[in-house]
Design a protein around this ligand. Structure first.
Ligand SMILES: *[C@@H]1O[C@H](CO)[C@@H](O)[C@H](O)[C@H]1NC(C)=O
Ligand SMILES: *[C@@H]1O[C@H](CO)[C@@H](O)[C@H](O)[C@H]1NC(C)=O
Length: 210
């Protein structure tokens, strides 16, 4: 009786223990980031403050922008204690009518509605869209890497939290990726089928060059 229970527990526990040689790896932000995160800060210099953050208390910026929304990304850079922990999050603030525009992350996202009413959706690789209106405390899971969006369809500001199984989930917003960077306008005509005038308008709107 005792043995199987112990055996079962050890199966549950051992992957974490087996995969790590130390309890924590607070990011040393003075060294370069790599595929498995930042190098660890010297454990002798780690304090309780390294495991605590108040970053969630404030929006990521103001919502006076084209999308009437802002995100406060909290990954291993903003919160070095997350480094190596396989988890990160973000806070989303959306005015009434505000939009979190079409974007992707490297990993799955668990969206939680803290305040407001959010119309949320994603599009799978078969081009099928899944969308739903979410209310306070509702959750939605967005599969890894798929395009998704959120819209505040309520009449009051919305507050959302998103959790990610990665120290640094990465955010790529399609509008900025296409029109906010250095992709040449001519190339954008080809790959989006938008005409020259529309490409120029979007380049200006998103602040792109070329
Ligand atoms: C893919 O989408 C089409 C409709 O566009 C649908 O008929 C088909 O069942 C979908 N396949 C899967 C695997 O979801
Ligand atoms: C883009 O399309 C134009 C014509 O529509 C063509 O002349 C040009 O070669 C294309 N550019 C690339 C990089 O394929």
């Amino acid at each position: 009786m005792f043995l199987p229970v112990f055996f079962f527990l050890s199966i549950l526990i051992s992957p974490t223990l087996a995969n790590t040689l130390s309890d924590f790896c607070v990011a040393d932000l003075s060294l370069p980031n790599g595929p498995s995160g930042y190098p660890c800060k010297d454990p002798k210099r780690v304090t309780a403050d390294d495991f605590v953050s108040s970053a969630l208390a404030v929006p990521g910026g103001n919502t006076r922008n084209i999308y009437k929304s802002t995100i406060n990304d909290i990954n291993n850079e903003q919160f070095p204690g997350l480094n190596g922990m396989g988890i990160s999050m973000l806070r989303g603030d959306l005015e009434a009518g505000g939009v979190s525009p079409l974007h992707t992350h490297r990993v799955s996202e668990l969206l939680v509605i803290e305040e407001g009413t959010i119309f949320a959706g994603f599009i799978d690789t078969n081009n099928t869209a899944y969308y739903k209106t979410l209310n306070k405390r509702d959750m939605m899971i967005i599969p890894p890497t798929l395009l998704h969006f959120f819209i505040n369809v309520g009449s009051t500001p919305a507050l959302t939290y998103s959790f990610f199984p990665s120290d640094n989930h990465g955010v790529q917003i399609d509008g900025f990726a296409l029109f906010g960077g250095n992709l040449p306008s001519k190339l954008l005509n080809n790959i989006t089928l938008l005409d020259h005038a529309e490409v120029q308008r979007l380049k200006k709107l998103f602040g792109g060059t070329n």
